[in-house]
Design a protein around this ligand. Structure first.
Ligand SMILES: [Mg+2]
Length: 328
């Protein structure tokens, strides 16, 4: 790799630690921080592997940014304010200095954009594929984190943004989007490679919602997680699912399994939440303020499981649902 581990850390990663003295310039074994008064730490970790979670020839800046963003999406789901990340990186033995520079520049861009620091981690060389593990820390007012477990019968089910772009973007990025126009394909690939974690929205949902999470495994599977944890069921109206123009074009063109891909594909990184009817006016106002669509797509009911119904109220068959990432 050119640099030894210590010079690699000093050259590429220590500058990203400058925001917080507790990171000790990445020169010590660990970082030291006081918790903000009256707040709880929110901690999450995700590992990604080339050829499983992203394509090995994806641009290194975007690999770095997606790694950060999928973790920030988990913090957003809890209503937490992002604070810092720790990176454990297994770089392939043949990784070039140029590749590493570009990877670090992607980390830097998102550290700046989201106001976070890199406060620690480890780098090793591996004969295997690029493997990256990121731990993200955020904080939330003590006792106010948004949980999966509090959905109530009668709640509305809401999603942010548009659904299905990530899964359709993966199909486009792997040449499986057939007749889709170049502009729509590019828009979907962008959403697949560069998620938009809803960190501002997440914080603003505290007090308005009963339960929430981010959508990473697919809308139906993730709503199923909320239902299972909360001991309730849900009905989603397929015609209410918000689609981007590019996703609408892809569904119309029969890309993948069409609407089933939208409902069960992964990589949306939008927020899925349930809220009482009384929150409707405030959520509509928040959507306008943030210039981010917030869409009611169904309701929480007594019972078990998630059903998706068509315009006539008939259940749609979606196969087993859930997102398996791609295997080649
Ligand atoms: Mg999540």
């Amino acid at each position: 790799m050119g640099d030894d581990e210590f010079s690699l850390i000093a050259r590429l990663f220590a500058p990203l630690a400058a925001r917080h003295p507790g990171a000790l310039g990445l020169t010590d074994d660990a970082a030291l921080f006081d918790g903000p008064a009256g707040r709880q730490w929110v901690v999450t970790a995700d590992a990604v592997v080339a050829g499983v979670h992203f394509l090995a020839d994806d641009p290194p800046e975007l690999i770095a940014r997606k790694l950060i963003r999928v973790n920030l999406s988990d913090l957003a789901a809890k209503g937490a304010e992002p604070f810092a990340v720790l990176l454990a990186a297994c770089f392939p033995v043949g990784a070039t200095a140029e590749w590493l520079d570009r990877f670090a520049s992607g980390l830097k861009a998102d550290c700046e954009q989201f106001g976070i620091s890199l406060i620690g981690g480890d780098t090793v060389a591996t004969p295997g594929p690029l493997t990256l593990a990121l731990t993200a820390l955020g904080h939330v007012a003590a006792g106010h984190a948004i949980l999966r477990s509090n959905a109530r019968s009668g709640d509305d089910v809401w999603v942010s943004g548009t659904i299905g772009d990530g899964a359709l973007g993966l199909l486009a990025a792997t040449g499986k989007a057939g007749a889709l126009g170049a502009q729509a394909a590019a828009a979907l690939i962008d959403r697949y490679r560069l998620p938009r974690p809803r960190t501002v929205l997440g914080r603003r949902l505290i007090g308005l919602v009963n339960a929430g999470m981010d959508i990473s495994d697919g809308l139906v599977a993730d709503l199923g997680h909320i239902c299972e944890t909360s001991g309730v069921g849900a009905v989603v109206e397929a015609t209410l699912i918000p689609l981007s123009p590019a996703a609408g074009a892809a569904v119309a063109a029969g890309v993948g399994q069409g609407l089933a891909t939208v409902l069960t594909g992964g990589d949306d990184y939008e927020l899925l939440f349930t809220a009482p009817r009384s929150s409707r006016p405030q959520l509509s106002a928040l959507s306008l303020e943030l210039a981010l669509p917030l869409t009611r797509i169904g309701r929480i009911i007594e019972g078990r499981g998630v059903s998706v119904v068509d315009a006539a109220g008939q259940p749609l068959a979606l196969g087993h649902g859930g997102y398996q990432h791609f295997t080649g």
